[in-house]
Ligand binder design. Structure first.
Ligand SMILES: Nc1ncnc2c1ncn2[C@@H]1O[C@H](COP(=O)(O)OP(=O)(O)OP(=O)(O)O)[C@@H](O)[C@H]1O
Ligand SMILES: [Mg+2]
Length: 270
């Protein structure tokens, strides 16, 4: 099957507060192509512009320079074809678990019975059956994050954008969620851009790992993750795994060091 490109970011630059004293260049000339069905992990140090990039693809922000296309159409304004899981859980606090998950299908004006079936299915998938009528404030952080995943799946956008969705989960829940996401991706082949600080997480999930440079962010390197699927934590013992991990870590470390060295330690110091 021919590989087709779904997302093209062409020399994207994002400068916040441009021209002001507090101006920040978050991204500079970032170019990236994502293939249909591909699972991309974005890794890079804190503040290198990962969230900014997802916000640009979602259309919540617009680039200062450069263009992002989704299926050949330029992203301009909030992009309904992309669905986002935010770094901080963003649930509607006045709606129950059921109400939150049903929200996407409701926006699409699906009939009530169909909406209900979809919501129930994804609530079950993330292990929250029995909690349908709880409000986000009554759930643990991990449970809230599982609701955000169910909500994304129920909304069924063309592209999944996930900003460190599992970062706050305990190690066990995180592993279960990763396996769940792998299974979902195998079934749906949904194009996914997943941000993580965790190289092990990137190696279990991704088809391809993009290491971003220190701010202003751009693509430092793109590494094809050729670890065979289906993947499981056992593969962490394989030589190829360690080789890839060392390689990725080397790139990330170099950028983090560069960033730290470029940052003055005390105000005024340079
Ligand atoms: N709305 C904004 N206004 C001004 N500056 C911003 C804004 N959003 C982000 N920035 C700046 O842009 C840079 C990149 O931020 P971003 O949130 O994209 O980083 P990140 O790679 O997601 O970091 P982390 O790994 O810590 O989440 C930072 O220096 C940040 O201060
Ligand atoms: Mg971020």
């Amino acid at each position: 099957m021919a590989v087709s490109t779904i997302i093209v970011a062409d020399r994207v630059t994002k400068i916040f507060a441009e021209g002001r004293r507090d101006e920040v260049a978050a991204l500079q000339d970032l170019s990236l192509e994502v293939n249909e069905g591909e699972f991309i992990c974005l890794v890079g140090g804190s503040g290198c512009g990962k969230t900014t990039f997802l916000n640009l693809v979602a259309g919540f922000l617009s680039p200062t320079d450069g263009v992002i296309y989704l299926r050949g159409r330029r992203i301009a304004g909030i992009e309904p074809r992309a669905g986002m899981i935010f770094q901080s859980y963003a649930l509607l606090p006045w709606k129950t678990v059921f109400g939150n998950v049903e929200f996407g299908p409701k926006m699409k004006r699906l009939p009530k019975a169909e909406r209900r079936a979809i919501a129930e299915r994804f609530i079950r998938m993330v292990g929250l059956t029995g909690f349908e009528h709880f409000y986000p404030g009554q759930l643990s952080g991990g449970m809230q994050q599982r609701v955000t995943l169910a909500r994304l799946l129920a909304a069924d956008p063309e592209v999944f954008l996930m900003d460190e969705p599992f970062a706050a989960l305990d190690a066990m829940t995180r592993q279960v969620m990763q396996e769940e996401l792998i299974r979902i991706h195998e079934q749906s082949r949904k194009t996914t851009i997943f941000v993580t600080h965790n190289i092990d997480e990137a190696l279990i999930l991704a088809d391809r790992i993009i290491v971003m440079s220190a701010r202003p962010g751009r693509v430092k390197t793109s590494i094809q993750n050729d670890l065979p699927r289906p993947r499981h934590v056992d593969m962490q013992l394989s030589p190829r795994y360690l080789e890839l991990k060392t390689q990725i870590w080397g790139h990330v470390e170099e950028e983090v060091r560069r960033h730290i060295e470029a940052t003055p330690r005390d105000p005024g110091e340079r």
